[in-house]
Design a protein around this ligand. Sequence first.
Ligand code: SF4
Length: 765
Amino acid sequence: CNLCVRACREVQVNDVIGFSGRGSDTKIVFDFDDKLGVSTCVGCGECVQACPTGALMPKSILDENQNFKFKPDRKVDSICPYCGVGCQLTYNIKDDKIISVSGRPGPANKSRLCVKGRYGFDYISNPERLTKPLIRLKNSNKKNNFNKFDSSEILLNFREASWEEALKYTSDKLRELKNNHGSNSLAGFGSAKGSNEEAYLFQKLIRTAFKTNNVDHCTRLCHASSVAALLENIGSGAVTAPFSEAKNADVIWVIGANPTVNHPVAATFIKNAAKNGSKLFILDPRGQALDRYAQDTLNFIPGTDVSLLNGVIHTIIKEKLYNKKYVETQTIGFEELKKSTQNFSPENMEKICGIPANRIKNLAREYANSKSIIFWGMGISQHTHGTDNARCLISLALLTGNIGFPGTGLHPLRGQNNVQGASDAGLIPMFYPDYKSVEGEHGTIMSDFWHTELENKKGLTVVEIINSAYEGNLKGLYIMGENPAMSDPDQNHARKALANLEFLVVQDIFPTETSAFADVILPASAWPEKDGTVTNTDRKVQIGRKAVPLPGEAKQDWWIIKEIGVQMGLNWNYDSPKEIFNEMKDVMPSLTGITWDRLEKENCVTYPCKDEYSEGSELLFKDGFPTPNGKGKMTSTNILPPDETTNKEFPLILTTGRLLEHWHTGSMTRRSIVLDEIEPTPEVHISPSQLKNIGVNPGDIVNVKTRRGQIKLAVRVDKSLQNDVIFIPFCFKEAAANILTNSALDPYGKIPELKYCAAKIESFA
Ligand code: SF4
C-alpha cells in the first residue's frame, strides 16, 4: 500500500524503504550499505506504526513463528523517558507488562518516535532491577572495588534491609554529618530523568533539611553554559521558539549538535523543513546525517567556535546586514560588539577555524537576510568557552532581529527528558524555582513559603561537589537517579571522590556504577511506573502516567524523598505528585494557566501561558525581553584556546557524546535488549586517514590515552571525522570515556570541557 515507504521517506525522512521492480514484480526493498554490510535503517519503527496490514509488526508481540503472542489488554498514555524532545507515546500493556509502544499525536512529535522511544522500553523489566533497600556490609571497603562495576559484584557488598531500617539509617547518618561538620558538608544530585515534582521536592529537601544550596543535576554537564548566556543576555534560560518552528524558517542553523542521533524526532522536523525549501547550514567539527540536506556544511576545527561566529558577526556589521531599527530599539551592547569584533574579519578567522572566508561571509549573508533559526547542542556548551559560544549565537539573533517572529529563534536542544523542568524547579545551586537567585531578596519569600531559615549563598555545582568530596570537605551526598561515576569528567578523580565520602546514599532503579560507592541504595521507580509532569525542550509541560506496577519493594521517588524529609524532622505529609505540583504552582509564575487537571485532559501545555483558558506562547520576546531594561544584550567575547591543547605526545583531539541507541551512561539503554543488541560494543571512532596513519583496522583493539587515564576498546572507522579527531561514546562502563576527559570548567556555566581534550592511540599491532 506504500504507507511504509511514505512513512520512511516523507515523515521521518530516512529514505531507507523504497520500491524495486515494476507491476507484479514490484517489491519493497531496504537500503543497504554495501561497505558496512548493514541496512542504513535507524530503527525508528515509523513504517511498523504506519502498516495497516500486519505485514510489519513489533517483534515483541510475536512468537518464534511470527504469530501473535500478545494482544494488549490495556493502554496507557505517557511520555518517552529519554530525550528532551518529549515524544508522547502509548504503552500497550498485557498482564501488567509493556509489550509495545506506539507514538501519539503530541504537539512535539506528531506520532513519531525514534528507536529508543519505540523499542527501548524493556529496561524496566530487566532482572537487574533493584527491588529492596540495601545497606553496605560493615566489613566491605568501597575504596577496594574501585573499578568493579558488574551489578552482581556491586551487590556482594550489600545486605537487604527493610524500608524502615534503610530510611532511619540514612536520615540518622545525614543528620549526624550535618551536626558534626555543618550543613555545607552535605549535598544532593537530583535527576533530569525524574518528574518536575520530584525535582522540586528534592531541592526543597536539600535546602530545608540539609540547609544548604549544594544541589545540582546533570544540566551542569549539558546546557549550563547556554542557560548562563541566555539568562545574562535575554533574561530567560529557555528556548525562544519550538523546534517545529523550523518549518517557517528560510535559514536553519544546526551548530554543535547532531540531532539525528541525540534528538531524532526533532531532526525529522528539520529534515521536513529542508525538503520543503528551508536552507540548512550545519556547523560542526564532525559530519552527520543531516549533511545530505544541507546547503553548506562547515566542519570547523574543534574548539574554534568563537572565532567562526565572530567572523560571521564581523561580516554582518561590516556589510551593514544587521537590523538597524531592531538593534536601536531592542538591544544594548552594539557599539562594544562592533569594536570587539573589528579585527575578526573572516580572512583572519579562517586561519583559526579553518573555514574559508568566502563561506563565512556567505553564512553571514544568508543568516542576516532571512528568517533564521539556530539550534545548538553540547558542541556549543561543553567547552571552557561554552558561555562565550552561546553569547555569540545570542548576539547574532539580536543583531538581525531573528527572535520572537515566525521562523526565527534560539533553541538549545535540551538533553534529558526533563532537564528544562528540573532547572525550572530549582534543582540548581544558584536559583530557587523559576530562576530566583538564592542570594537576593527572594530568599525571604522562599523562607516564608517553606517556613524555615534558608542558606543565602550559592551552593556548589556538580563538578565542584565532586572536587569537595575529593578534598574531604564534603562528607555526605544524596544522589537520586544520576550516575556521576560514569558521567563526570576525569573519572579516576570522580570515583576517588565518591569513595572518599563518609556517607553516600544512591536512589536508583539499577545498581549503577555510582552505587558501587554507596552506603545505602534505595530502589526507586522507572518512568512508566509513575505519575508526574515533565517539561520538554520546547517549554511544553506534559503529563506522564503510571502504566505498570513497581517491582518488589521499590518505591515512588517522591515518596522516598518525602520519607527522608520526615525522618530528618520536616513536617511533610504530601500524598501525591499532584499535591506537590499544586505547591509548585504557588511559587512558580511560569506554571500560570497550567493545572494538573488541565494536563490530564490536554496532556500538554506550553509555558508561559496567560491563564487556564489560553494556549501557551510558542514564540517569545517579540515585544521585548524579561531583562531589567526590557532589552537584549550583546556581549562581546574573546577568542580563547581550549583548556588543553594537543602536542607531540598527545596529538589527537578527543570528543565524546552519545550514540543513537544509547542514552547517557547507558544505565537504562544498555539494559534494553533491542538497543544493546544494535550497539553492544565500546568503540573509538577514527577517520579512515588516521586509521592508516596508526596502522590499525576496524575491529582492532587499541589503547586510548589522555593525561588522566587510558581505556582499551575496539576501532570503528568513521568518515565523518577530521583526520586528527577521535570520538568515543560515554555509555560503555567497560571502556568509560570519561576516564579520559578533562574536568576544566567554563567559568560562568561551570560546565566541563567534555568536547575537547588531547589524546593518543596506542595500537597493539
Ligand atoms: Fe524519545 Fe527523544 Fe526518541 Fe522522542 S526523539 S522517542 S523523546 S528519545
